[in-house]
Ligand binder design. Structure first.
Ligand code: NAD
Length: 269
């Protein structure tokens, strides 16, 4: 089923997000995992705000955002404190508060997503950690005052390469390990205010970011058959989990990394 197919939106979420406001970071195009989550939240009645990275992506993001009645579509580079401050102050001005934050952002230099991990440069390591892990902390800090008293939910996206070696995933695996640790520390800090923080560890899906990993296509072709369910996941599976974590089913789930991977993570050989 295509992730632009309206029928793929899970009806169990109908209306449960009415009156809720969600900030979505990380839509690049209609294949983005962030877009799949945004569509589920929209189907449940949530009001949405989106970032985009640069003018080229704005042309892709704006029409998608408009198709779900987005109330705010603003540029924001997650690597810039100034841009994050501006983005979140616009959200505050517009809405005063938010209920959900979807962090679906990652970046590493292409040369660090192939070959030997040992060759990773200091700068390549720094960039991957900054954009793919620290940005969650930077966003959570700005979201916290907007979520007070709202039982907020923050959701980020990880991958199994955080735990085990996946050739070519390299520095991104290290950044995802840090991201999952950040999820736990943030869950402790923000839990005092009933704000939950969770990560979805997703199986491979063909997206713009995934195409940066060398041999991703081969990996995708073989991945599904090795899983307990013998099939790959799709973006809508991630969308449904993202919405679940924001909804009442996720009410006492925090600090967790939940797998949407057809069971791939339980396999040994
Ligand atoms: P995608 O390319 O659609 O999304 C990645 C997003 O990151 C893009 O929207 C891009 O604009 C954004 N981004 C990169 N650098 C940024 C910056 N400096 N500031 C702001 N935004 C920035 O690809 P995707 O696969 O949907 O990726 C979303 C998340 O899911 C990533 O964290 C990725 O690691 C994770 N993930 C993807 C897969 C997969 O197979 N596709 C599997 C597991 C986890």
């Amino acid at each position: 089923m295509s992730n632009t197919d309206e029928k793929s939106v899970d009806p169990i979420f109908a209306k449960i997000f009415e009156g809720k406001k969600a900030v979505i970071f990380g839509v690049a195009n209609e294949r983005s995992l962030a877009w799949a989550i945004a569509r589920q939240l929209h189907a449940g009645g949530a009001r949405l705000a989106f970032n985009y990275l640069g003018e080229a992506l704005e042309r892709r993001v704006r029409p998608l955002a408009e198709s779900v009645g987005a109330e705010l579509v603003e540029p924001c580079n997650a690597g810039s404190d100034e841009e994050l401050d501006t983005f979140f102050s616009k959200v505050k001005e517009k809405w005063g508060h938010i209920d959900y934050l979807i962090h679906s952002v990652a970046y590493a230099n292409r040369e660090d997503l192939e070959g030997r991990f040992v060759e990773t440069s200091r700068e390549g390591f720094r960039v991957a950690m900054d954009i793919s892990a620290y940005s969650l902390v930077a966003m959570a800090r700005r979201a916290e005052p907007l979520m007070e008293g709202r039982e907020g939910s923050i959701v980020t996206l990880s991958y199994y390469g955080a735990e085990k070696v996946v050739p070519n995933y390299n520095v991104m695996g290290v950044a995802k390990a840090a991201l999952e640790a950040c999820t736990r520390y943030l869950a402790w800090d923000l839990g005092a205010k009933k704000i939950r923080v969770n990560a979805i560890s997703a199986g491979p899906v063909k997206t713009l970011a995934a195409s940066g990993v060398r041999n991703f296509r081969d990996m995708l072709a073989k991945a599904g058959e090795k899983t307990p369910l013998r099939e790959n996941i799709n973006a809508d599976d991630v969308g449904a989990m993202g919405a679940f974590l924001c909804g009442p089913g996720g009410r006492h789930i925090t600090g967790a990394t939940l797998y949407v991977d057809s069971g791939a993570h339980i396999m040994g050989a």
